[in-house]
Design a protein around this ligand. Structure first.
Ligand SMILES: CC(C)(COP(=O)(O)OP(=O)(O)OC[C@H]1O[C@@H](n2cnc3c(N)ncnc32)[C@H](O)[C@@H]1OP(=O)(O)O)[C@@H](O)C(=O)NCCC(=O)NCCS
Length: 171
């Protein structure tokens, strides 16, 4: 299987925030943003694996900035690391200023997808080669995030999470 880069899976979805998608403060409802991120991330995982993919976990979400009604929101997703059958997908969310067009980072999230066959059995995916400095940073940190997610899900013993444990040993 030929290795791929994050650019091969990069998926960019731009859409408006409509009244039906807001909370009582007229900002984008968190669940709506989660759904948009899940959609973009699943397309990225599919582009990387060319398989059916399912969301295995949401490892991290930071709602750093509220996104007001009428905003133009861009969700950008790319595979940040591929393991055996699972892929970490990093999602950046941008807001566009109505007047200047300037983009500011609003939120980010990290999802894990698993490639499966037609019967839902996990199946292997191509490796990922990170290219830019940011892609390399995200690639390097992905293993400890996977271990943390597995520990929290009760699928890995903390003693086996060597990469994660090493983080707490650093000065
Ligand atoms: C995701 C799913 C396929 C994993 O099945 P499983 O029996 O746990 O399979 P495995 O133990 O072989 O794990 C498969 C991969 O997923 C990873 N994985 C499983 N749970 C994980 C979690 N909570 N966090 C991170 N990775 C996880 C495993 O580490 C493994 O990765 P690797 O092969 O790259 O090393 C299965 O749980 C499933 O189908 N869940 C429902 C998915 C779904 O419907 N999502 C939509 C939301 S409703």
């Amino acid at each position: 299987m030929q290795a791929k880069t994050p650019s091969d899976s990069r998926t960019i979805m731009t859409d408006l925030v409509l009244p039906s998608e807001t909370n009582p403060l007229n900002n984008l409802f968190g669940g709506e943003l989660l759904a948009r991120m899940d959609r973009a991330a699943s397309i990225a995982a599919r582009r990387h694996s060319r398989r059916i993919v399912v969301t295995a976990s949401v490892n991290h979400v930071a709602f750093n900035r509220a996104v007001p009604l009428g905003s133009v929101v861009t969700v950008e997703a790319a595979v940040s690391r591929a393991f055996s059958t699972s892929m970490e997908v990093f999602i950046d969310v941008w807001m566009e200023d109505r007047f200047s067009g300037e983009r500011t980072k609003a939120n980010e999230a990290i999802y894990t997808f698993v490639a499966v066959d037609d019967t839902g059995i996990p199946t292997t995916v191509p490796k990922l080669n990170a290219e830019t400095d940011l892609e390399k940073q995200r690639f390097a940190a992905a293993l400890r995030r996977k271990q943390l997610s597995l520990v929290l899900a009760g699928k890995m013993k903390p003693k086996d999470a060597t990469e994660l444990r090493a983080l707490f040993m650093e000065e």
